[in-house]
Design a protein around this ligand. Sequence first.
Ligand SMILES: [Zn+2]
Length: 77
Amino acid sequence: MSDDAASGNVDAAQYQQREGATILELRIFSCRYVIGSDDSVGAIFCGVTVIKPPYCTDHRALCYLAPPKPLKVSDLR
Ligand SMILES: [Zn+2]
């Protein structure tokens, strides 16, 4: 009864912790903010998984301006 199970040292899904994603790696819910470019693959996108495409929270803040604050009558004086 020898249980000789070698410790399963599986690489964590072989996921590359590379920063950014190429156009071919983008999914529907990937941030599409261009963070750079590479001669071989072209544009490099942020690629972070987002809830509300096309941009992640940080890049959404960069790309969209906050709506102007409504003027109050008291501000006009
Ligand atoms: Zn992003």
